[in-house]
Each structure stands twice: as structure tokens, then as C-alpha cells.
Design a protein around this ligand. Structure first.
Ligand SMILES: NC(=O)c1ccc[n+]([C@@H]2O[C@H](COP(=O)([O-])OP(=O)(O)OC[C@H]3O[C@@H](n4cnc5c(N)ncnc54)[C@H](O)[C@@H]3O)[C@@H](O)[C@H]2O)c1
Length: 438
């Protein structure tokens, strides 16, 4: 990435396009509308509440992130999106049952005004859903053109200067990159031939990149993490990021595992199980969608613990992840972790975590931050994979041949150093020897 010597300011409105207006998207939108009116605080959002230390500790400079880099303000955001069901955002939020009536009613009118554009829905990628509010097209290539036309119409009608997109749609079935995903030409040929390994999410992402709309993937399915997408992102000078919002259990895992590793405590096994009862849980009840999520969740420990370099501590641990759809819980997920670890002379210990969380409450600030940081990235002329945003993802994309960084604290350091670097401030190494010089 080149240093953004000309970081453009956030002038005008920023359109935030969310394919998939379900629990996460509607909770994000409601939260932003409430925060604008001072009726709720955007807790969990770095862009709204985070600070960044600048210079030496003795300088005592820790401004808010929004004072260090030029971010779009909440008042400048204009939301839109697609769904395969026709409910407006208020109805969809009421159906998702994340927020209480007192919150939804305070922004009812604004939420009702946001109606989904018809979704791209080739069945089979999300088997548990049977969409009714869907587009038809002769080929997948024509479908891309329809989405591009939606994007342009939205931008014009809402008077937006810039757009970003964050995929908040359901988790699609497990697909691995194949020949069709190798190059722009092979992908476009695949679009014309309705290749079955090109999913709905990939169609939205392709349309966004073609329109130079930065695109972040919040779900674990294959979407912008293959060579053709990397090439198109470069060609269109568009930032891309993914994948799978880091919330709940994996967030905790990437907080705890670096701690065990830092103190050289060994691991024999990590068993994780979840119950959740929202639509996401219902979709993940299908083995093919679960497989996508499982792969995304399983990579985390290996990349934090590096079994290859510490075989005596991490060479032989068992890692299991389970998700069970349990409707009574709705969005209030509960996740349990049983961690079998060992210490001095190999003596065994156990650690149990019971996290009674709320999935969409944890995901909403991630969506907001990604929208604002992806817009910042575009204005800084960054293109392709935005590894500095790994902080937000369970399965972060990284350059080919580079292992992804999963440790939350390394990710945060990288994010804040990128912001310092963008702002022309010194990056901080935390070495600190100057304080003790003779
Ligand atoms: N909530 C979290 O903590 C969290 C964490 C990581 C990832 N995610 C992922 O974020 C996504 C959204 O989660 P959610 O809880 O809002 O799920 P949800 O089921 O409430 O919402 C998903 C929405 O996407 C729509 N949809 C499905 N296919 C579509 C298509 N082709 N085009 C347009 N819309 C489509 C569905 O109709 C639904 O309204 C899921 O993929 C989930 O796995 C969520």
C-alpha cells in the first residue's frame, strides 16, 4: 500500500449498502439512527468511541480516532440494501427480535422508509430459505448488470457521493475456489455460463467492485477471497475485506488464546459449543452452511498458537466447534468453551467460559466500523485486500502465501498503526527504551 499523501475528505453523503437486511443489518441501522438522535450510544464501535495514542506517552495525546482520520459522520450515512423478503427494515427488525419496541418505535418512520431492493437468489446456496422478493435474469452475467443498475440508481436517487457495501446476508453453502475463480476472464465466462460455483454473494460482490464500491464480507462463505476478485479489486481500485464478522465465541477465543500462548501454557483441547435461535441459527442448521462456518471458526487457534513452532505445547490439541439451532434463545446466543490446558511439568488445568451474548448487538458496531473504515480506505486510494481490518473478522483475508493474523491485540496494533501512518503520525513499536536512557 502506498502512503496516502492525498487523503480525500468525506464530503457529501455516504451510502451504506447492505445485502441481507436481517438481524445484524437492521440492528446496525436502528443503532445508527438512534445514536444520531442521542437516544443510544454506539457501544463497541472503535470509530465512534475509540481513541488512538499519538507520539510518546509523555505527550499525553490520545484523541478520538475520528479526530485523527477523516471519517464520515453518522449524519452523513444513507442506508439501503437488498433482501429476498419484502419486509421493510422496521418489519425485519421486529421479526428479528433483537431490539426492544421502545428502541424500534423511536426510529420507526426512518426504518420503514428503507425497503429492500429485490435480491439475487439462485436457490441452493442457502437451502433453508425460500425467498419471494427476488430478481430474474437470463444469466448470472445479466444478474450482475441488474445489481450494478440498482447501485447506480440508489446513488443517484439518494444523492450519495460515495458508497460502501457490507454483506450481511445469510451464510451460503461451502464452496471452494476453483478454475472459474482464477481470473477475471474465467469468472466472467462463468457468469455467462451460470457456473454453479458462482453464488449469490459473489454476484453482489462482483457488481460492487465493478461499480468501485468497497465491499466487506461479513459471512464466512466464498465471496471476494479468490484470485479473480483480487484482480478485479486491483483493476477497479477498490478495497475488499473479509470474512465472517468476529463476534461472540471467536472474539473470546482470539482474546484468550493469545494470553495462553503469551505465558507458554500448553493446550490439550478446546471444545466450543453454541446455542442460538435466530434465522442465522436456522440457516446454520443446514450441514452445508454449517460447514462454511465451521471452517471459518476452526482456523483461529492454529494461527494463534502455531503448533509447528511449539510442538510440545500445541502440537497435539483437539479443537471442536458445534452450533445448535435452539429457537427459544432467539438472538441471545449462549456459547460454552471448555479449555483443557496444562502448566508447569505438564499438570492439567481447565478453564470454562460461558458467554451469554447477543449476536447482533456484538455485530452491529463491526458493520458500522467496517463501513466507515472501508470508505476511509477508498479515499486513501487503498485497493485490494484490507488486511489492517482483520480485527473485525473471524477468518481474515491476507495476501497469498501469508498466514492470517488472528490475535486480536496484534490486529488492533496493526489497525491503529495504519491509522497513525495514514495521518502522518509515527507508528508505535512500544519499545520505549528512550524513557530509560542513561
Ligand atoms: N451476528 C453475528 O454475530 C455474526 C457473526 C459473524 C457472521 N455473521 C453472519 O452475518 C450474516 C447475517 O447474520 P444475521 O444474524 O443478520 O442473519 P439473518 O438471517 O437475520 O439475516 C440474513 C438476511 O439475509 C437475507 N438473504 C439471504 N440470502 C440473500 C440474498 N441472496 N440476497 C439478499 N438477501 C439475502 C435473508 O433473507 C436475511 O434477511 C450471516 O451470514 C451470519 O452468519 C453474523
Amino acid at each position: 500500500m502506498k502512503h496516502p499523501s492525498t487523503l480525500r475528505g468525506p464530503h457529501g453523503k455516504l451510502g451504506v449498502l447492505l445485502p441481507g437486511l436481517g438481524a445484524v443489518a437492521t440492528t446496525t441501522i436502528a443503532g445508527v439512527l438512534l445514536a444520531r438522535q442521542g437516544k443510544g450510544q454506539p457501544v463497541g464501535s472503535l470509530t465512534q468511541m475509540g481513541t488512538v495514542r499519538l507520539g510518546k506517552r509523555t505527550e499525553k495525546r490520545s484523541p478520538k480516532i475520528s479526530e485523527v482520520v477523516p471519517l464520515a459522520g453518522l449524519d452523513e450515512l444513507e442506508f439501503g440494501g437488498w433482501d429476498i423478503f419484502p419486509d421493510d427494515v422496521y418489519e425485519a427488525a421486529a421479526h428479528a427480535k433483537v431490539l426492544e419496541a421502545q428502541h424500534l418505535d423511536a426510529v420507526r418512520g426512518e426504518m420503514q422508509a428503507i425497503r429492500p431492493m429485490k435480491g439475487v437468489f439462485y436457490p441452493g446456496y442457502v437451502r433453508r430459505l425460500h425467498g419471494t422478493h427476488t430478481k430474474t435474469a437470463a444469466t448470472k452475467a445479466d444478474m450482475v448488470e441488474q445489481v450494478r443498475s440498482d447501485i447506480r440508481t440508489f446513488k443517484r436517487d439518494r444523492g450519495c457521493e460515495r458508497l460502501v457495501a457490507v454483506w450481511c446476508g445469510s451464510t451460503e453453502r461451502y464452496i471452494t475456489a476453483s478454475g472459474v475463480h482464477e481470473s477475471i476472464a474465467s469468472f466472467e465466462d462463468g457468469l455467462r455460463k451460470d457456473d454453479p460455483t458462482i453464488s449469490n454473494a459473489q454476484i453482489y460482490a462482483w457488481a460492487c467492485m465493478k461499480e468501485r464500491v468497497p465491499f466487506a464480507n461479513g459471512a464466512p462463505n466464498l465471496c471476494v477471497d479468490f484470485p479473480a476478485a483480487w484482480a478485479l479489486a486491483r483493476e477497479c481500485h477498490t478495497p475488499i475485506a473479509g470474512k465472517d464478522f468476529k463476534t461472540g465465541q471467536t472474539l473470546m477465543k482470539t482474546i484468550l488464546a493469545p494470553g495462553l500462548k503469551a505465558r507458554m501454557l500448553g493446550l490439550r483441547g478446546w471444545y466450543s459449543t453454541n446455542i442460538l435461535g435466530n434465522r442465522d441459527g436456522e440457516v446454520l442448521d443446514d450441514p452445508d452452511s454449517f460447514k462454511t462456518k465451521e471452517v471459518s471458526k476452526l482456523g483461529v487457534l492454529e494461527h494463534i498458537l502455531h503448533p509447528g513452532t511449539n510442538a510440545e505445547l500445541y502440537g497435539d490439541f483437539v479443537h471442536k466447534v458445534r452450533i445448535d439451532y435452539y429457537p427459544p434463545r432467539g438472538d441471545a446466543k449462549e456459547s460454552w468453551d471448555n479449555i483443557d490446558l496444562f502448566g508447569w511439568l505438564g499438570y492439567p488445568m481447565q478453564l470454562k467460559v460461558d458467554f451469554l451474548c447477543r449476536d447482533s448487538i456484538l455485530a452491529a458496531p463491526v458493520v458500522l466500523d467496517l463501513a466507515l473504515f472501508m470508505d476511509l480506505a477508498a479515499r486513501a486510494n487503498f485497493q485490494g485486500t484490507q488486511e489492517w481490518l482483520s480485527f473485525y473478522f473471524k477468518s481474515p483475508m491476507s495476501a497469498p502465501g501469508l498466514y492470517p493474523e488472528h490475535d486480536l491485540f496484534v490486529q488492533l496494533t496493526k489497525l491503529k498503526n495504519t491509522l497513525r501512518w495514514m495521518a502522518g503520525e509515527e507508528v508505535i513499536s512500544h519499545l520505549g527504551t528512550e524513557y530509560y536512557a542513561a
